[in-house]
Unconditional design. Structure first.
Length: 124
């Protein structure tokens, strides 16, 4: 027999619900920004770009294009999306554009996600 993963009766803790709703209301803008960050990371090519920047301190757009197997225009698009979300930053040297992670938190997010995935593989 398969165990149901839903409540079999409808009953909730009104105090908890109201408390958490209040917290969510106050964090609405922050959560919306977090959702945008995860949307940016949910694209496989952008995830590859971020992971690549975890491996190398800095990459130019042409490096990124070759790593993900895309055109320079496509790589630029992905980098622009990541920059708009505050995940990467860039600097211009002559005609070259170099990208790096915006800060250490991005590296930590990727590291935690990979660790989580490894742990899930062990327990599955």
């Amino acid at each position: 027999m398969v165990e149901k993963d839903v409540c079999e009766i409808y009953c909730y803790d009104e105090d908890k619900v109201q408390r958490v709703r209040g917290i969510l209301q106050n964090k609405r803008d922050d959560l919306s920004r977090i959702v945008q960050v995860f949307k940016a990371l949910s694209d496989e090519n952008r995830a590859k770009v971020i992971y690549s920047l975890c491996q190398e301190k800095e990459l130019c757009v042409c490096d990124v294009a070759n790593i993900i197997g895309s055109s320079v225009a496509t790589a630029s698009h992905h980098l622009r999306v990541l920059r708009k979300q505050g995940l990467v930053k860039y600097r211009k040297v002559g005609k070259m554009a170099f990208y790096s992670l915006d800060d250490e938190h991005i590296r930590q997010i990727i590291s935690i996600a990979l660790t989580h995935r490894k742990e899930r593989n062990v327990h599955v």
